[in-house]
Design a protein around this ligand. Structure first.
Ligand code: NAD
Length: 286
């Protein structure tokens, strides 16, 4: 089984971004800039924001972070988004999710100018993706598609089973695969007899967040597994299928798989950086 190395792929993509940013600066132009908004003080969200901001700066891009208390009035949040929408030096805006429960997350995400929507979650961007003309793609699905293509895994004409239908991962991944001419089955928590479906699939993409969701024998021999899930267990970080307990059996059965950790995870942040650079370039053409 080929290990699909997301860490190495992400490193290469970030290297290319850093080079491009360097050449932008050499031409005397300003670097791309990302603005991140975090409301509340969830430890995991704080650490994601820190890591995104550090990566952005390490590639030569600028990043401003706005850390707001979780009782920030919704009107203040809209005012901040509005000022960033109109700031010509800000190319991309990211609102760290989840927002505290008392906010209307969908409405706040839709208040971002869709041309600055770093995560591709604005209604306009969701619509464009469904039409096959994405302005910006959500980071994890874009990372998955990039891993498949850079590892020479053919998608057209093949049967892909995607497990999970979230707006962040499963749903847009299924849409992108359809656009790449795969035959897609989208499964979710109401799906019956999941293994019957996965045994027919050439490519299985799991994003359910359930360790042990499938056993190695639930996958077709020679299939490709993209395990998106990140589950914290006593064994450490494991996927929905990939874990220290299953990797040997998977190795014998599959043609390729993403490990957890080190598979899709590192690609998500690399694709975010890629979106920031793309938005900078698209913005400066207008
Ligand atoms: P979510 O909770 O929003 O969605 C989970 C989806 O899985 C739902 O559509 C649900 O119907 C489906 N599901 C749950 N249990 C199921 C079951 N037993 N059978 C079939 N379907 C089932 O989660 P999400 O935000 O989409 O994230 C999913 C997983 O991916 C999580 O483990 C998360 O940590 C991980 N994730 C990883 C990355 C990355 O960069 N690698 C990025 C985002 C999310």
């Amino acid at each position: 089984m080929k290990i699909i190395d997301g860490k190495a792929c992400a490193l290469q993509i970030k290297g290319e971004i850093a080079q491009e940013v360097e050449s932008i600066k050499m031409r005397g132009l300003r670097p791309p800039q990302l603005a991140i908004i975090l409301v509340g003080n969830r430890e995991d969200s704080l650490s994601y924001v820190r890591s995104k901001a550090n990566t952005c700066r390490s590639l030569g891009m600028e990043c401003q972070t706005h850390l707001l208390p979780d009782d920030t009035p919704e009107a203040d949040l809209y005012a901040l988004v509005d000022s960033l929408n109109h700031d010509a030096y800000v190319d991309a805006i990211l609102i760290q999710l989840p927002l505290p429960d008392h906010y209307d997350s969908a409405r706040i995400l839709d208040s971002i100018d869709y041309r600055k929507d770093a995560d591709g979650l604005h209604l306009m961007n969701v619509g464009l993706l469904h039409l096959g003309e994405p302005y910006v793609m959500p980071c994890t699905p874009k990372g998955i598609l990039t891993l498949l293509s850079t590892n020479g895994i053919e998608v057209a004409g093949r049967h892909a089973v995607v497990i999970g239908r979230s707006q962040l991962v499963g749903e847009p991944t299924a849409q992108l695969l359809i656009r790449k001419n795969a035959t897609v089955t989208l499964c979710h928590s109401h799906t019956r007899n999941l293994p019957e479906l996965t045994r027919l699939a050439d490519i299985v993409i799991t994003a359910a967040g359930h360790p042990g969701l499938l056993k190695p024998e639930d996958l077709k021999e020679g299939a490709v597994l993209i395990d998106v899930a990140i589950n914290r267990t006593e064994e450490g970080l494991v996927g929905d299928v990939y874990s220290p307990a299953t990797c040997e059996a998977l190795d014998k059965r599959l043609s390729a798989a993403t490990p957890v950790p080190g598979g899709v995870g590192p690609m998500t942040i690399a694709m975010l950086m890629n979106n920031v650079l793309d938005m900078y370039k698209m913005g400066s053409r207008e």
